[in-house]
Design a protein around this ligand. Structure first.
Ligand code: FAD
Length: 306
């Protein structure tokens, strides 16, 4: 039986594991893929105190740090169900089952993709998903933002202050963002908004992106925007399908937590991109992971079991 079982081995889970192990409690991590989204990241320039690094490099350092401690790392294992109780049970897809006195859910999220030709090929070579992360790489260049919801319009406003020109592409006939954001967007001189547009292809020169192709849904005509970058902002999907109906989720499927990282289930905490905390970043996920671990420890010393 674990004192604390962490589900997820991204920055939030790794940070929780180190904080927990330093309290001397029996700690385990179950991760489908240790490192999480950081494994898919090329340049990282906003991990404070590290001027620049690469995803796989940061993951190797995370793993090394975790291995300094007595943490049972179960990599390549997917959690399939959580059963609440005095001892919380985590059922794995492999059929095995683990028991713990407390649990931290840190299963992260994934960006919804456009699913058009060229998107995968040019991922990290012009196709980006995180304006806070990659915006500065496009200083003085032309970019498109795909998606006219709040995150797309926020991204377009943010990027307009950095890049030369932003084209915002929305599938629907109108933007869905809050009107105050839309007003701000329309006041910017270097933003073009195109609605009723279906993105059809990302093109490039073999090395980097050079265009976005879309079809005008009103008349079926095909168009191309010449550009250097495309920010896809059509949704971040939390990895919570496996706990639906067990742990309280928001309408978007994010785990609801309080200021201490506590979920609706006693003894179950959550941290990082999978939760309803705003702003999904490595440094934030790490902070949230450490906070959840300290909360879980606090829970353990207050519960009656030895
Ligand atoms: P994740 O990193 O998503 O990790 C989730 C973990 O849970 C993984 O180990 C996964 O395998 C595991 N998991 C999921 N479901 C299960 C399950 N059922 N059972 C077991 N394990 C499971 N942030 C920055 O700060 N700077 C950047 O430059 C930056 N660039 C980015 C570039 C890209 C392309 C992407 C996709 C993201 C980028 N981010 C960046 C965001 C950052 O990667 C995330 O905010 C951060 O990784 C979130 O950490 P997390 O631990 O909450 O979740």
């Amino acid at each position: 039986v674990f004192d604390l079982l962490i589900v997820g081995g991204g920055p939030a889970g790794a940070s929780a594991a180190i904080y927990a192990a330093r309290k001397g409690i029996r700690t385990g991590i179950v991760a489908e893929r240790f490192g999480g989204q950081v494994m898919d990241t090329m340049g990282i320039e906003n991990f404070i105190s590290v001027k620049a690094t690469e995803g796989p490099k940061l993951v190797a350092a995370l793993e090394q740090h975790v291995k300094e401690y007595d943490v049972d790392v179960m990599n390549l294992q997917r959690a399939a169900a959580l059963i609440p109780g005095d001892l919380i049970e985590i059922k794995l897809a492999s059929g095995a089952s683990l028991k713990a006195r407390s649990v931290i859910l840190a299963t992260g999220a994934r960006w919804r993709e456009m699913n058009v030709p060229g998107e995968q090929e040019y991922r990290n070579r012009g196709v980006a998903y995180c304006p806070h992360c990659d915006g500065p790489l496009y200083k003085g260049k032309r970019v498109a933002v795909i998606g006219g919801g709040n995150s797309g319009v926020e991204a377009a406003i943010d990027l307009a202050g950095i890049v030369k020109h932003v084209t915002l592409i929305e599938y629907d006939s109108q933007l869905r963002a809050d009107s105050v954001l839309q007003r701000k967007l329309h006041s910017l001189p270097n933003v073009t908004v195109i609605t009723s547009a279906q993105s059809t292809e990302v093109s490039g020169d073999g090395t980097r992106v050079n265009g976005l192709h879309y079809t005008d849904r009103k008349n079926g005509t095909a168009h191309t925007v010449d550009l250097e970058g495309i920010f896809v902002q059509i949704g971040l999907l939390p990895n919570t399908d496996w706990i639906k109906g067990t742990v309280a989720l928001t309408a978007r499927g994010e785990i609801e937590i309080d200021a201490r990282g506590q979920t609706s289930v006693p003894g179950v905490f959550a941290a990082g991109d999978v939760t309803n905390i705003p702003f999904k970043q490595i440094i934030i996920a790490m902070g949230e992971g450490s906070k959840a671990a300290l909360s879980a420890f606090d829970h353990l010393i207050r519960s009656s079991a030895p």
